[in-house]
Design a protein around this ligand. Structure first.
Ligand code: R5P
Length: 288
């Protein structure tokens, strides 16, 4: 099995390669002035390909598909895709008439190639893997890694900002030996505006709480959840978010409410203290 990686995933590739004892080789990439891209691969029969698809999601997706196509043309028989963050996962269904199911669109192209597995981290909705039947998904949720960094804060309650993230809250709560619950979040699909409210009967009086989510984009969801938690009496609010994009003034918003934020390095940033290389390497080892 050959381990290939795109330049922006070098840190993960080196760490995974060291753990597995397999050489990691970089895919050649070129970005042309007109926006087109090109890649160059070395032929191999069995390949694990590490692709960090954020930022520049559209460009990186095209590079990924060019690489998969070239690998296939040159005789690859088995490809394992390691994509820690899968873009377009949030459009997991048609929210308004006439829209595509973008996650299906993006993933369905994988069926053109001998991709047997996708190793990924905290898919927005696990069921999108069903859009590409025949390809096995290993969807890592780093609850024990998050628990490790949160343990020092004596977190007694874990909250998700919406019902869709409840599974994350449950997993982290179990790892911490804490209780868990969720807020109710509503989104206006026309304006994108969000409204959040606590469920009846939640009291967080004097508690140190942790909020979990898969993505931190503008920070609006996390900060709304934080404000709700403080309104309910939380004494401290920590956050564990898997993929941190920190768009716009997200940093300032977060500093105004959250005591400490922990993210993974699926998308590297100043908060990505939770290293995902070990679980990725373990997942790869289980299928190589
Ligand atoms: C939405 O369903 C996701 O799980 C996140 O809650 C959302 O993408 C976060 O976005 P933002 O930081 O812009 O509120």
């Amino acid at each position: 099995m050959r381990l290939y990686y795109f330049k922006n995933a070098e840190d993960l590739a080196k760490a995974i390669s060291a753990r597995l004892g397999i050489d990691a080789r970089q895919i050649e990439e070129r970005d042309f002035p007109d926006g087109e891209v090109l890649v160059r691969v070395e032929p191999a029969r069995e390949v694990a390909l590490i692709a960090r698809l954020y930022p520049d999601v559209n460009k990186n997706l095209v590079k990924l598909y060019l690489a998969l196509d070239a690998l296939t043309d040159y005789g690859a028989e088995r490809i394992v895709l390691v994509a820690p963050y899968l873009p377009y996962a949030r459009q997991d269904r048609r929210f308004r008439e006439g829209e595509p199911i973008s996650s299906k669109t993006v993933l369905s192209h994988l069926k053109l190639y001998p991709v047997t597995h996708v190793v990924t981290v905290d898919l927005h909705k696990a069921y999108i893997s069903d859009y590409v039947g025949g390809i096995r998904f290993i969807n890592i949720y780093p609850s024990s890694q998050f628990a490790e960094v949160l343990r020092r804060w004596n977190v007694s309650h874990v909250l998700s900002p919406d019902a869709g993230s409840l599974g994350r809250a449950e997993a982290l709560a179990k790892a911490l030996g804490a209780s868990y619950d969720y807020f109710e979040k509503f989104r206006d699909r026309e304006t994108g505006e969000i409204y959040m409210r606590p469920r009846e009967g939640i009291s967080l009086q004097g508690k140190a709480v942790a909020i979990v989510d898969d993505i931190l984009a503008t920070g609006g969801t996390l900060v709304d959840a934080c404000k709700n938690a403080r309104m309910l009496g939380a004494s401290a609010v920590y956050a564990a978010v898997t993929h941190c994009m920190l768009l716009g003034n997200a940093r300032e918003k977060i500093k105004g409410c959250i005591n400490a934020l922990y993210c993974t390095n699926t998308i590297p940033c100043e908060y990505s203290s939770v290293d995902i290389a070990r679980p990725l390497a373990e997942a790869l080892a289980s299928i190589l």
